[in-house]
Design a protein around this ligand. Structure first.
Ligand code: URA
Length: 278
């Protein structure tokens, strides 16, 4: 068959279709037709079995097992004495599997390091991956408007539970979050905020170490006690979970409860101004 000239418009349409379906990265040089079943050679079957055992007992990434990755993250994070050093340590860290899943760069933080609260979201998205800053897309703009309306515009230091975008914008896995957690704990220790705002279920569950649903725990003040063996902050920090702004964009009627949470945060920070130990 004579090869047909590449139809640019058709190719772009196909890429747009894949992108909308969540396919936003390529892992192999050539496409694999998965509609055709080819029995794998025995050696490959053994390799696959080994891979799934590794996935169950601790995935391997960047040459590190899950446990080794957490150890390496702790070592790098502990050596960082400033937020700039912490940002460099994150860039140097190869233990998070998300690094090799299509992310352009590490996305650490934006905002006021001397601000009164630390805001933790889920994971950078496409826009954040391109710009290198968290919460700068549509959801971030809504978040900024809400914070500004509550008088908290310049009070937030903003980061995420993981520092690389996830494929297709899926929530980060507990393993990915565990690999990044030592950096988050170090940020907490360096900033010593008066409170932490956890934005969305993935942030709330991971930081508060709970399986409770977001709708149950949002609006309740809890404490962030960094995991045993982690780098502890001077004291447990008050933490409040709220709804994710991306959810609010899809479900505007939920803004009312999220707004109540933001006001609760503003009130708590105001109290903290008067009583530093509150
Ligand atoms: N959603 C998040 O949770 N974090 C970002 O940085 C952007 C979108």
């Amino acid at each position: 068959m004579t090869p047909q000239p590449l139809d640019t418009a058709a190719t772009e349409a196909l890429l747009a279709f894949w992108r909308d379906a969540g396919v936003d990265a390529c892992y192999l040089d050539a496409p694999v037709d998965r509609t055709v079943f080819v029995a794998p050679p025995v050696a490959q079957t053994v390799q696959r079995a080994t891979a799934s055992i590794t996935a169950i007992h601790g995935s391997r990434h960047g040459g590190l097992s899950g446990a080794d990755a957490v150890g390496e993250a702790r070592r790098l994070a502990a050596a960082a004495t400033t937020l700039d050093e912490l940002a460099q340590a994150i860039v140097a860290f190869e233990g998070c599997p998300l690094r090799a899943m299509g992310a352009k760069q590490a996305v650490f933080a934006r905002g006021n390091p001397q601000g009164s609260f630390l805001l933790i979201g889920e994971a950078p998205g496409e826009v954040e991956d391109a710009r290198g800053e968290p919460f700068v897309g549509q959801a971030g703009q809504l978040l900024d408007r809400m914070l500004a309306a509550a008088g908290l515009a310049d009070q937030a230091f903003i980061t995420n539970t993981v520092f690389w975008k996830t494929p297709g914008g899926r929530p980060p896995t507990p393993q990915e979050q565990a690999a990044c957690a030592p950096f988050l704990e170090r940020a907490l220790a360096l900033i010593q905020p008066k409170a932490v705002l956890l934005v969305g279920a993935a942030a709330a569950k991971s930081v508060l170490n709970t399986e409770e649903g977001l709708m149950k725990i949002r609006g309740q003040w809890r404490e962030w006690r960094p995991a045993e063996g982690g780098i502890s902050a001077p004291a447990p920090t008050p933490a409040l979970a709220t709804l994710h702004p991306a959810f609010l964009l899809r479900q505007p009627q939920a803004k009312r409860v999220a707004w109540a949470d933001i006001l609760s945060l503003a009130a708590r920070l105001d109290t903290a101004k008067v009583e530093p130990n509150a």
